[in-house]
Design a protein around this ligand. Sequence first.
Ligand code: RIB
Length: 296
Amino acid sequence: MTNKILNFGSLNIDYVYKVPHFVKPGETLASQYFETFFGGKGANQSTALARAGATVSHAGKIGPEGKRLKEQLQSDGVDVTHIIEGSTPNGHACIQVDTKGQNAILIYPGSNGEVTKEEIETTLNQFGEGDFLLLQNEISCVDALIKLGNERGLKVCFNPAPMNPSVREYPIGLVNTLIVNETEAQALSKKENMEEAIEQLIKLYPQTELIITLGKLGVVYRYQTEKYEIPACSVNVVDTTGAGDTFIGFYLAAKLEGKGVEEALKLASKASGLCVSKQGAQSSIPTKEAVQNFSA
Ligand code: RIB
């Protein structure tokens, strides 16, 4: 039987504002452009998995105005039967994008913060030994999900984004694949210097496959004796929102398809390169075909 992927994660409505610079304390700034997109780190990663050709189930909680998020995932081929519809307003994000394509994100968790232990148990009951559990840090009960997923024999992949101090208390030693960016690596390791941060993470989590995405500097992979450094693609950066999510979805999909680590990392880097060259989160996640045809 083929192993399944369950992504238990956030679904957000993204309000995106193009700005000449990020708004400063006390400043009122007019944005030059505004658009609403489908987002949330969880939903973006499920979209990336599906567009990369994987079969994925998404679990999470939406509010009354979030039904279109569920419909969008469904139209991408994601199994949405584990998405719960609650009464708390849907999670949303206010995203400023500056002229260099960098973003600054403010999140209102809303429905994403209302996921309960009972709900995660009910969902995990339908998955088992050898299946994959993908998690980010944008819903409630993430620590319980890591523990329960591990107890049930699922392979846990964790992207601790957005990072906050409580992540250091999570049972990260139980995680099979940890995917972090520079800030997350520094916060988890308590080391500023990236080389020291990586070595510290290896010491802290020796059983965990470690992937560090470094934006323009590419990606570093470390697991026991395996080491890879893959350069980033050279592209015109329009909006970096969703680049990490795209990378994660394409990496996991490639691994599930049986590709080796190096090839999976290269495909994922190309996919996130394509993502940053377009505006938006889910709307800028490429298809598998676009990635195959892209020569970076
Ligand atoms: O990773 C990008 C995502 O972060 C956005 O879609 C936004 O919803 C925030 O969760």
